[in-house]
Design a protein around this ligand. Structure first.
Ligand code: PMP
Length: 415
């Protein structure tokens, strides 16, 4: 992608003197479009609706810094030391209490703390996927998950969604189609709540059916749920893991409910899988950062963390409203979008003839950035879609960004 202000990349690969040394699996490792965008999109004059950076609204920085100071003063020799690859025991207990809010009844031994849920995705793919194995994933799906699947040379087969999330009938058809080719499906990767990037939520009445389809075909479910507590009406949905503990691996994270920079997430795995995950974690990092785990643990114990989640929800709801009203006001006829009930993202379909990937450099010139839909598919779809992240900018900037975006689309229609 040629973006203003970026050095030309052409030829860079052929100049790499190490080219013949790389493992075959690195062929699937390409910079995500969003990463390529990051440098330009972070310029102050550009309204970035591209990245999914959380808005750290009203985090109690003073009391947090006092807490961290006290932690180091009183417990520093533990906090600054290696720990177990499994994670700090008291945090794993607290994580079980957090998951109980979505109906999960888990034992702390089955929780493995990770460096963000991104590491969980990497570990789960690493322990389950051989090259060529199939992973089913919603279409569109989370770009970071697609990156992990590509890194382990798994083949992604997308399953289309509608306004109520994954469509069970489409899942059945996808399973049958893959089975006909004789390939092995290792798991279904799904983001049931406030989907990234589609913004939709899997209807509660579909959840049992999705689980039943997977169970009856011997397919594991990987449930990725970083946004579950960020429903704008305070509604939480029953986790898939809550009804089928033996066939669901659940990924959780404090990135969106507390602080992404601490990089603390977790995997809750069926008991039998847990040991392999701990070994995979050990070989990746030895152990997750002890200090960060203890910070999260103290925060959960001493702060009104649920009140903070409510503050986040309100900030995101206000931003969602700004995005939706600006879309209604400015977007040209022929565009459609959904109204998310939680999370960070609106998924927009632009009028026919507009290619969101080709349009992106021109949008950046017009001082607005977004994520084009193609990055969220492993199979090249998505050129008429784009993702707007309303999580980070102020409502005014969001409105201005959407106005600029609509103008770029209108110009594009006239080309
Ligand atoms: N899964 C989904 C669906 C996400 O949107 C993200 C972050 N944007 C992650 C996983 C990774 O989050 P983290 O590693 O910060 O926990």
């Amino acid at each position: 992608m040629n973006l203003p202000g970026q050095p030309p990349k052409q030829g860079a690969r052929s100049l790499d003197p190490h080219l013949r040394r790389y493992a075959a699996r690195t062929a699937g490792m390409t910079a995500s479009e969003i990463r390529a965008l990051f440098a330009v999109a972070s310029r102050p004059e550009v309204v970035s609706l591209a990245g999914g950076m959380p808005h750290l609204a009203a985090l109690p920085l003073d009391s947090l810094s006092a807490e961290v100071g006290d932690l180091i003063a009183t417990d520093g020799l533990v906090a600054l030391q290696y720990g177990s690859a499994h994670g700090v025991p008291e945090l794993r207990e607290q994580i079980c209490d957090v998951m109980a809010l979505e109906g999960i009844n888990a034992h702390p031994d089955d929780v493995v703390v990770t460096v963000g849920s991104q590491m969980g995705l990497d570990m789960v793919t690493r322990i389950f996927c051989d090259p060529g194995d199939v992973v089913l994933a919603e279409g569109p799906s989370y770009v970071g998950a697609l990156g992990s699947f590509a890194a382990y040379q798994a083949q992604v087969v997308h399953v289309a969604m509608d306004a109520d999330g994954l469509v069970p009938e489409n899942l059945r058809e996808a399973v049958a189609a893959v089975e006909r080719t004789g390939r092995r499906i290792k798991f279904l990767y799904t983001i049931p709540n406030f989907h990234n990037p589609a913004g939709v939520t899997l209807a509660v009445q579909r959840r049992a059916e999705v689980l039943e389809i997977c169970r009856s075909h011997g397919i594991l479910v990987v449930e990725d749920n970083p946004y579950g507590l960020l429903g704008f009406d305070g509604v939480t949905y029953p986790a898939l893991r809550s009804t089928d503990p033996d066939n669901v691996v659940y990924l959780g994270s404090f990135s969106k409910t507390f602080a992404a920079g601490l990089r603390v997430g977790w995997v809750l795995a069926p008991h039998a899988v847990r040991e392999k995950l701990v070994l995979a974690a050990e070989s990746a990092t030895l152990c997750p950062p002890t200090l960060n785990q203890l910070i999260v643990s103290r925060y959960l114990a001493t702060h009104d963390w649920k009140g903070q989640v409510k503050t986040y929800r309100e900030a995101y709801r206000e931003r969602r409203d700004a995005a939706i009203s600006a879309l209604e006001q400015h977007m040209p006829v022929g565009s459609t979008w959904n109204k998310p009930t939680g999370g960070f993202y609106v998924w927009v379909t632009v009028p026919e003839g507009v290619d969101t990937k080709a349009m992106l450099p021109r949008a950046v010139t017009q001082r607005v950035a977004y994520a084009s839909g193609t990055g969220f598919y492993a199979d090249g779809l998505g050129s008429r879609q784009l993702r707007i992240s309303y999580c980070y900018p102020t409502p005014e900037r969001i409105r201005e960004g959407v106005r600029r975006l609509a103008n770029v689309i209108k110009d594009e229609m006239e080309l």
